[in-house]
Every structure is written in C-alpha cells, then in structure tokens.
Write a new protein. Structure first.
Length: 594
C-alpha cells in the first residue's frame, strides 16, 4: 500500500473460529491417550518389528512421544489461537502418526491402512513447518510443494503395495514384483528427501529475510523445523544407499519430530511473559520517551526487534516515520503484518511487525492501548517534521525557480539589449568617420558613444548580478577570481576545490562571496578581506572575513537573509560573526556529493 487512506491497510485478520469446548478437549485427549496406548501395544506384540529394530519398546515410546506432543500442543494452540488453523493441523498430525502405526498390527485391514499412510506423518511435519504461524501456506509454490508431497507419500506407497513385497497382510497386492517395488521405493525416498530439502530452503530463506531481527522464540521454532526436515531427509537417503545404523537414525528422527511442538510451547510461554511485561512498558511511557525512542520501547514490549512504526498524516494522506519522511506500507507481503492503531476514533499510526504477533492479540491490544498518548504526540512530531521537509523543499524550488528566471533574463539581456547597444556603438563609429570637418557633430557622437559604453558596462553588471555566466561556463574558481579582481579592497583568495561541483552549489558560493565583498565595500570600512573555499567531510565550506568595523546587522539585512535562504535551501547552514570593532566573518557549509 503506497500511503493511501488507512482503510486500505490491513489490520489483524483471520476467520473467527470458536475455541474447543471442554467436552471436545477432553474427548481429543482421551482419544489421543487411547491411540497412543494402542500403538504401544501394537509395537510390543509385533515380533517382526522387534526383529527389525531390535528394541520395539524404544520405537513405540518415541512414536507415542510424537503423538502426544502434537495432540497436546495442538490443543493448546487451538485453545489459545482459535483463529489459526495451526492447532487443528498439529492435532491431525498427531492422529495421523497413530494411524501409521497400524502397520505394526497383525490385522490385514489395519496393516494395509497403516502401511498406506507410512509417509504421511513426515509430510504433515513438512506441512506444519511451512504453515506456521497462521496455519496456512504462503504462496503458490508452497501449496504445490505440499500437494506434491502428499501425492508422492500416498500415491507411490499405494503403487508399491500393489507390486507386492510387503508380506501376506497386504490387501492391495495385485502382482508379486518385489524388484520393481524396490525401484519405486528408492524413487519415493529420493523424491521425499527432495521435498524436505525444498521446504528447508524455504525456511532458510525466511530466516535470511528476517535476519537477526527474528524473535528468539521464533528462531528456536524455525530451527526445530529445519532440524526435523534434515533428519527426515537423512533417514530416507540412508535407506536408499543402505547406510549403517538406520534403526538408530529412525529413533533420532522420531525424537526430533517431537521437538517442534515443544518449541511452539516455548513461543507461547514467551508470549505470556510478554503480556505480563506490559506493566514495564507503562512505566517506560511515564518517562515520556522521545518519538525516536518510542519505536524501540514498542519493540521491547512486543519482543519484536524488526518492528517498524509508521505515523498516519491525514493532511498528507500518507504514512511517515518519526522524522516526517514518507513511508510506504505493503499489504502484499506475507512476511510482514500490519496492525492499525486508532485513538478516539481517529487513525493515528500503524505497526509493521512479525506475523507471529497476530497470534497474540491480547499483547498487541495491551501495548497499543498503553501507547495511545505517546503515539499521538509522536504523530504530531512527525507531522511537524513533514511540514518542515515540505517547507524546505518548497524553498528549494523557489530558489531554483528564481535562479532559472535570472538565468533567462541574463541570457535575454546578453542576446538582446547588450548586442543592440554594441551594434549601435559600431554604427556611431562608422557615422563619426563620415563627419570629417564637423567637429561639433563628432564631439556629440563621441559623447554618445561614451554614454553607450557606460550603459553597456552597467548592463553587464546587472547581467552578472542576475546570473554569473562565468561560473556556468568556467567554474567556481574562475568566477571567484573575477570577483576578487573587482573587489573594493585587496582580497586574498584561497580555493581548494578540484574539478566542478553541481551548478546550484557553485552559484550559491559565488553569490555568497559576491554579496559579502559588496558589503565590505559599502559598510565595513575594511582594508583587506580573505576568501577561503574548500571541501571538508562532504561539505562545501565558504568563509569570507574582513578587518572592518564589524557590527553587521544579521536580522535586518535583506542581503544576508537572502544568502541564508539560498544556503539553507540546499540543506546547508550560514553563520555570521560580527563583533563591534572586530571585523566580520561569514561561514557557510553546504552538503555536496563531490
């Protein structure tokens, strides 16, 4: 959103969904406990699994760990954040893991269902990782990636089961071709590993975009997701190459998959602690922080170092930072969220923050309500700075327009009146040659020629006052040399500027020296003057001093005020020291790119 009305900005959004009722909560808990117990019994009663893993109790306990962590944490997420689908997705992942353990049973139907869903828990983990924190996927690529992962996990598994090689409990066997089934197994494992690495790349890119500003609990959760994806891909690729210690690697995968829900609980705990710290934010606001410090205070209260604060300026119909500089808020970036802040029915500001804060509406509401008065003061400050910026820009445009007009007048005088006077003087010279023997007429013609020459010189002075053409054509140093040569007192000129500067800078410096030397001749009663021009720290420094009587009136003098306007319009500053009897020193500093 590029500055428009605040109604176009997006605030906290989300479909209103009810939190789970106590009866539903207890039903899910009991169902999860029953499912976990059943999975444990399936593993302990299946000698084949025991023979493969060596320790059936270990894999059963780890599987129950994953199931319990996802169901319990999913319930907490659903209860705390009913608007998000993440809790439901986590609960689904927990029960899907239980369904996959049906492959440990000796029942044909149970075995077939469990084996068909063998890869689904891994895809659900990938889905949860990419859907955090809103419970939805971001962008077309992520949606296609997850759909392809589900299709590969289920579709290729059903195809493999139809080719045999799974034993007598497989109800989907159509032909007995274990070799072809093994080839599809390798394809499935490699493809699933590729999906894991693709999801890992997405998480890494998200982390890179946020950089060190990512909230610490969020960092922990993203790292848990990334570690789980790496472990899953490592397990699948180990199967492909028939690597060592596959059972132990499988145990490590199960243990790792249960870490993400725990990290999620840590993030929830951090949010609860943050809400408790709103009282500290109140205390900080009592100290009346400066507008520049308010953003930092808000970031600390919300525990989001990446937070940005934008003030709404109704007169400008745009957002601005605390310095009054325009800001653009984008409502098409899923990596950032915007919360609008109103006070007494008027839109005041907007917070641009980590989307995870949308899942903590109590914290956002508490902090923004506490900061209401401070934000209103900050907006007034930002509006004042914006008006100053507008005034500065307007003054610069006025100076530039005046300079352009003076340049046009100078050109018109040079090409018009001056040329006609020169032509008239030449014509009089030719006429004088034809008046031989008429001394009175020749005397009158000679007087007229002198008057034309004087008028031409005065016109040239006016022309130079309108626009210093010598500066435009030959540079600042040459123009200053001409000023020093025509000055009413001896001038020591010292110019340390290599090459050309931008024309507005050179013209401003020229007028600064010209007006100063003119004042020396009119008022200072000085015997000498010095002019120093140099570049220092990216600024053009012009200093003019004389040994006159001093006492220059910097308030009433329109010449000095005009020079100050010209310098300040370029972002510079002008200072004048003129003690009585101590001469006058004028110093201007103007930013420049050279």
């Amino acid at each position: 959103m590029a500055g428009g009305a605040p109604a176009t900005a997006h605030a906290r959004e989300g479909v209103l969904r009810p939190a789970p009722t106590p009866a539903l909560t207890w039903g899910i808990v009991l169902a999860g406990a029953f499912a976990a117990s059943a999975a444990l019994l399936f593993a302990l009663s299946n000698e084949a699994i025991g023979g493969e893993l060596g320790e059936p109790l270990v894999i059963a306990v780890l599987s129950d760990w994953v199931t319990a962590s996802y169901i319990v944490c999913g319930l907490i997420a659903w209860w705390r954040r009913p608007a998000s689908r993440l809790g439901l997705l986590m609960i689904g992942a927990g029960f899907a893991n239980v369904l996959s353990t049906l492959s440990w049973t000796t029942n044909e139907l149970g075995y077939t269902i469990g084996q068909a869903l063998d890869f689904v828990p891994a895809v659900l983990f990938l889905h949860v990782a990419l859907a955090w924190p809103e419970g939805r996927l971001h962008g077309r690529f992520e949606r296609r990636l997850v759909v392809a992962a589900y299709a590969t996990a289920i579709g290729l598994e059903l195809l493999r089961m139809s080719l045999g090689g799974f034993g007598p409990l497989n109800l989907l066997e159509v032909v007995d071709n274990p070799e072809l089934s093994a080839q599809f197994t390798r394809l499935q494992l490699v493809t699933m590993s590729g999906f894991c690495f693709a999801a890992l790349g997405i998480l890494v890119e998200r982390r890179r975009r946020h950089g060190p500003q990512l909230r610490r609990p969020v960092t922990l959760l993203v790292d848990a997701f990334a570690l789980g994806l790496i472990m899953i891909a490592a397990l699948y690729l180990s199967h492909v190459v028939e690597g060592p210690a596959i059972p132990q690697l499988r145990w490590a995968v199960f243990a790792t998959l249960g870490l993400a829900p725990i990290a999620f609980l840590v993030a929830l705990l951090d949010a609860r602690l943050a809400r408790a710290s709103v009282a500290d934010f109140f205390i900080e606001l009592e100290a009346d922080p400066a507008p520049a410090d308010l953003r930092d205070a808000l970031a600390r209260a919300l525990r989001d170092p990446s937070l940005e604060l934008a003030y709404w300026l109704p007169d400008f119909a745009s957002y601005a930072d605390e310095g009054g500089r325009p800001l653009e808020l984008s409502d098409g970036d899923a990596r950032r969220a915007t919360t609008l802040i109103d006070r007494d029915g008027d839109h005041v500001a907007a917070l641009v923050h980590d989307p995870a804060l949308l899942e903590e509406p109590e914290l956002l509401d508490g902090v923004t309500a506490a900061a209401g008065i401070a934000l209103e003061n900050g907006r007034m400050h930002a509006e004042l700075r914006a008006r100053l910026e507008e005034l500065r820009g307007s003054r610069a445009r006025i100076v530039a327009a005046g300079q352009s007009e003076r340049k046009r007048l100078e050109r018109n005088l040079h090409d018009g009146a001056q040329q006609r006077l020169i032509a008239l003087s030449l014509e009089l010279g030719m006429l004088e040659a034809s008046l031989e023997g008429k001394p009175d007429a020749r005397r009158r013609l000679d007087l007229a020629r002198r008057e034309i020459a004087q008028s031409l010189e005065e016109l040239r002075d006016v022309s130079r006052g309108l626009h210093p053409a010598v500066v435009s054509g030959h540079g600042l140093a040459v123009g200053l040399e001409q000023l020093a040569a025509r000055a009413p007192v001896p001038v020591r000129l010292d110019v340390h500027v290599d090459g050309r500067l931008e024309e507005p800078l050179e013209v401003a410096a020229f007028y600064l020296v010209s007006e100063s030397l003119a004042n020396v001749g009119k008022h200072a009663r000085a015997t000498r003057a010095t002019v120093d021009v140099s570049l220092a720290d990216g600024r053009l420094v012009v200093e003019v001093a004389d040994d006159g009587v001093g006492g220059a009136d910097t308030e009433r003098g329109s010449g000095l005020r005009g020079l100050a306007d010209r310098v300040e319009a370029l972002g510079g500053s002008l200072r004048v020291w003129s003690p009585a009897g101590g001469g006058t020193r004028l110093r201007a500093e103007i930013p420049c790119a050279s």
